[in-house]
Design a protein around this ligand. Structure first.
Ligand SMILES: NC(=O)c1ccc[n+]([C@@H]2O[C@H](COP(=O)([O-])OP(=O)(O)OC[C@H]3O[C@@H](n4cnc5c(N)ncnc54)[C@H](O)[C@@H]3O)[C@@H](O)[C@H]2O)c1
Length: 341
């Protein structure tokens, strides 16, 4: 069992409660919080019997070993960098950064400081992901033919109103960079990172600067073809759905459950009560907890870090390639993963 790590949270908004619950359950000792809105930090701290810091410098000067960043996406890269420069490990919410260059800088600072930045990708820690990944690696699908990812979500206008969400500077993108990144990251974890991407994005419903709807097609390294749709504008939203079709097996994952399987012996079940496709607050803490357990074990040198900044860079590169394709009208080639960093 890893020694308890002293930790702090930065940002006390919607996802902070999930981080706190999951960090505590994973065995961290969360001693304080900082939010640029001090009132928010102090009421969060009072509710959870911890310290509210008045400035980021107070967190950096403390002997805290691990800092969890739960701030708007456009602030992640700069915060992760400064925290590692001060000798601490970082957990950063998705997306790790908004551009491939910013992701690369984070990786350089990891190499310079010997600390790591652990980006959140909780679906990679779900039991279903692990089962399906093992089945693919064991060749149980035969040749993989198609991967079809569908993310027809709804977000109410109030979700965006007066917020950093939906802005280019702080969200970096919409239906894909914010909501769809989970599904895209899971798809790439299972099928590999695509070598060719083309896509279209549009803002069809919401009054926001970034896309609320996107469609893309992808070619994976071994020739598997993929299709992605993503939206936050579909009134009758549906569970996230990933369909994998191979020559010897087919399977469909909806949210956190395998709902259909043919030619493969994996347990089929119904999806759980979490419905983040139409309610952004419906997030389980279990998957964050599984990821945090691995992060704490990696700090203690007991396990490798299973989801790294390099994986996060690759996922961000797929999303930014879809944006680039939509802007230019071209099909975008992506470097093979080994050459990306
Ligand atoms: N993994 C998931 O399932 C999941 C779910 C929701 C949100 N997220 C991610 O979590 C992050 C936060 O989202 P949220 O919905 O909690 O946002 P939020 O707006 O509810 O909260 C953000 C908080 O950060 C504070 N803040 C802003 N800039 C800051 C800075 N520079 N320093 C310190 N505090 C600062 C704000 O005052 C606010 O309290 C986003 O990157 C989002 O993509 C992940």
């Amino acid at each position: 069992m890893s020694k308890t790590k002293k930790a702090a949270l930065i940002g006390c908004g919607m996802i902070a409660e999930t981080h706190l619950t999951a960090l505590l359950a994973a065995g961290a000792d969360v001693i304080g919080v900082y939010d640029k809105n001090y009132e928010r930090a102090s009421s969060f701290a009072a509710a959870h019997n911890m310290k509210a810091y008045g400035a980021m410098e107070d967190v950096l000067a403390n002997d805290i070993e691990l800092v969890s960043v739960c701030t708007p996406s456009g602030t992640h890269a700069a915060l992760a960098e400064v925290i590692m420069e001060h000798g601490k490990y970082v957990i950063v919410e998705k997306p790790m950064a908004l551009t491939v260059d910013a992701c690369r800088r984070i990786i350089e600072i990891e190499q310079k400081t010997g600390r790591f930045c652990a980006p959140i990708s909780q679906l990679r820690f779900s039991p279903v992901y692990r089962q399906v990944k093992a089945a693919i690696d064991e060749g149980k699908f035969g040749r993989m033919i198609l991967g079809l990812l569908s993310m027809k979500y709804y977000r109410a206008p109030s979700y965006y109103a007066g917020s950093w969400r939906g802005t280019r500077a702080m969200d970096g993108g919409g239906a894909l960079m914010n909501q769809g990144i989970h599904g895209i990251d899971m798809m790439c974890g299972l099928l590999g990172y695509p070598t060719l991407v083309s896509g279209h994005t549009a803002t069809l419903l919401h009054d926001i600067e970034v896309e609320d709807t996107a469609a893309a097609s992808l070619v994976f390294p071994n020739g598997t073809l993929g299709v992605i749709d993503g939206s936050t504008a579909v009134t009758y939203a549906k569970p996230r759905r990933l369909e994998l079709c191979g020559t010897t097996a087919s399977l469909t994952i909806e949210e956190d459950a395998i709902v259909h399987a043919q030619g493969i012996d994996l347990p089929v079940s119904r999806i759980s009560g979490y419905k983040s496709f139409d309610d952004p607050t419906a997030i389980s803490t279990d998957l964050h907890e599984y990821q945090f357990r691995n992060i704490l074990a990696a700090i203690a040198d007991e396990e490798p870090l299973y989801y790294t900044s390099k994986e996060a860079l690759r996922t961000v590169s797929v999303i930014t390639a879809i944006y680039e394709s939509s802007c230019s009208g071209n099909c975008i080639s992506l470097l093979c993963p080994e050459n990306m960093i």
